[in-house]
Design a protein around this ligand. Structure first.
Ligand SMILES: Nc1ncnc2c1ncn2[C@@H]1O[C@H](COP(=O)(O)OP(=O)(O)O)[C@@H](O)[C@H]1O
Ligand SMILES: [Mg+2]
Length: 268
């Protein structure tokens, strides 16, 4: 049983690519395991397999992946979760095989609940963090039904507002269609922020439209974060005292302490 008695299930979702979903999933998961001593499970549901790659797994050669977890009735969490090089951080890796899932599961009556079912016995973890593909389809529907909280990283570009509103609408629709009252958007995290007038304008608008969800910390552009990923490392291993690490730490702590529904003030 997890220490708190209840496992938080947090999904990083945005149907656009390059919004820092994977960066946040990996670095937040590693932060909670390394510094807050939580038992964490990262589940990669993007066939690109970047979560596993960042943690040093050769994702093409694994016996069990998230495809097996979703699709094979005999594969449970204990079979698919691999211990990472970071203590208390387990990972279910993804690889290309996962792209078959929507096709092969299309006619299964329980196709949206495959992930939920497999998590029934995941009480050993304090936190389960899901990284997701940049699309809204059967895989993300499985995630939205299995998770309790959604964190939406939003790349601060001109189209960010539209994308963000769409995701919130999708979540509302899923809550209604599948009677998932407990599902909520815990946080919207502005990412890849650069100090320009347009970026400030977009950030102000996000804050006006989503005052309850917007995070206080904005993930600014920092090349160490990109370098860490290219070296197959978390920021805590690669550049723990970089500005990137400080921003990611602040976001990790904010997610950890967030009481959904309480308005917050932003500090950039
Ligand atoms: N704060 C940042 N500063 C600079 N580069 C970043 C930052 N956050 C993420 N990146 C880089 O941006 C790219 C996209 O990030 P990623 O987390 O993979 O996005 P997603 O999973 O949403 O597609 C990656 O190459 C990553 O290393
Ligand atoms: Mg990704």
């Amino acid at each position: 049983m997890s220490k708190a008695g209840k496992t938080r299930r947090i999904a990083l979702i945005n149907e656009k690519g390059g919004t820092c979903k994977t960066t946040l999933a990996v670095n937040l998961g590693a932060y909670y395991a390394m510094y807050l001593k939580k038992k964490v499970l990262l589940v990669d549901l993007d066939p690109q397999g970047h979560v596993g790659k960042t943690l040093g797994f050769d994702v093409r050669r694994l016996d069990k992946t998230s495809m097996d977890l979703l699709y094979d009735p005999h594969t449970g969490i204990a079979d698919a979760a691999k211990q990472s090089r970071i203590e208390s951080l387990d990972v279910v890796c993804a690889n290309k095989s996962l792209s078959e899932f929507p096709v092969v599961a299309a006619r299964h009556k329980d196709r949206e609940y495959k992930l939920t079912r497999k998590l029934d016995n995941a009480h050993a973890y304090d936190m389960i963090i899901f990284d997701t593909p940049p699309s809204i389809g059967l895989v993300n529907l499985n995630v939205m039904l299995a998770a309790n909280e959604i964190v939406v990283p939003v790349n601060i570009t001109y189209l960010a507002l539209d994308g963000c509103a769409e995701i919130l609408d999708t979540v509302e629709q899923v809550k209604i269609d599948y009677k998932r009252d407990k599902l909520g958007v815990t946080m919207i995290v502005p990412t890849l922020y650069r100090n320009t007038n347009l970026a400030k304008e977009i950030l102000d608008k996000l804050e006006t439209y989503f005052p309850r969800q917007i995070s206080r910390t904005v993930l600014g552009f920092n090349v160490k974060i990109d370098e860490a990923q290219s070296h197959g490392k978390t920021i805590w291993e690669y550049a723990p005292s970089s500005p990137g690490a400080r921003m990611l730490e602040a976001i990790a702590l904010e997610v950890d302490s967030r009481d959904p529904g309480r308005p917050r003030k932003r500090s950039v």
